[in-house]
Design a protein around this ligand. Structure first.
Ligand code: MBD
Ligand code: FE
Length: 253
């Protein structure tokens, strides 16, 4: 059955690629190398990674231009729906000697009203750049580490403690890393913490925040940094803190 949206987008994508092939006079051998490359990406289970490295920021750009809520950011390939609810603290490894990080703030609607009982997913990598709940490069860490869900209270407030994430290298031994290297780029992302805020009757907000002055903030290999997402360093209770007041919006007709 013909799907008009698929027809429109798939046809335009194929036309765009055909134009590149012609403009750059791509040879038969180069075309075959490209096809082999896509097979390697699938074999290495990097289809999600390579898509998000190059294209997620464009989807975010589209969303950002149409939102009255907080700035969205790229989700990346390492969100896990099955992360558990946590009580004020993400589980981290004791061998993780990095500094504590306090995260707190509020969730409000566009009119400034508090949003209670919103669910916030929070996730970030270990200091050595691994995400829990994934195999291969990530080493099969149980899903309850370095991620969790919390709820806002009756005042729309939320709070959670974790450890400070470090600058992060995307999986760099596979085809995605190889392509970035051949393109003259690199595989680094600035240290970041991911958030997904959901509440019935509101648009989900997927975002992530970075640390002012952090390494790679000015050259993220995923093009995911926007000025609103870079937070200044602050200290509370002897801990580095990020205070984030999220605004979520109702779906538009
Ligand atoms: C990540 O951790 C990430 O956040 C993104 C967007 C892409 C690759 C790895
Ligand atoms: Fe990430």
């Amino acid at each position: 059955m013909k799907n008009p949206r698929v027809h429109e987008i798939a046809t335009a994508m194929i036309d765009a690629v055909r134009k590149v092939l012609i403009d750059h006079q791509v040879t038969e051998a180069e075309y075959r190398a490209g096809v082999m490359y896509m097979m390697k990406v699938a074999e290495a289970k990097e289809t999600g990674l390579i898509s998000d490295v190059f294209l997620n920021s464009t989807i975010v750009e589209i969303k950002a231009a149409n939102t009255h809520g907080s700035a969205p950011a790229i989700q990346g390939p390492y969100f896990k729906e099955d992360a558990p609810f946590v009580d004020g603290k993400l589980k981290t490894y004791d061998s993780d000697d990095h500094k504590p990080l306090l995260l707190h703030g509020t969730v409000k609607d566009e009119a400034g009203g508090v949003v209670s009982d919103a669910v916030i997913d929070i996730w970030h990598s270990t200091p050595d750049g691994r995400y829990s709940g994934f195999g291969g490069y990530h080493g099969d860490m149980p899903v309850e580490y370095y991620r969790g869900k919390i709820r806002t209270d009756s005042q729309g407030r939320w709070r959670v403690q974790t450890t400070l994430p470090a600058p992060y290298q995307i999986p760099n031994k596979g085809p995605t890393g190889a392509l970035l290297t051949m393109m003259g780029s690199h595989t680094w992302r600035p240290a970041h913490v991911h958030f997904k805020i959901r509440k019935d009757g509101f648009e989900p907000l997927t975002t992530q925040y970075y640390f002012e002055g952090g390494e790679w903030v000015d050259s993220d290999c995923c093009n995911g940094v926007q000025p609103e997402l870079v937070m200044p360093a602050a200290i509370e209770q002897n801990m580095q803190v990020m205070v984030l007041d999220f605004v979520i919006e109702k779906p538009r007709a």
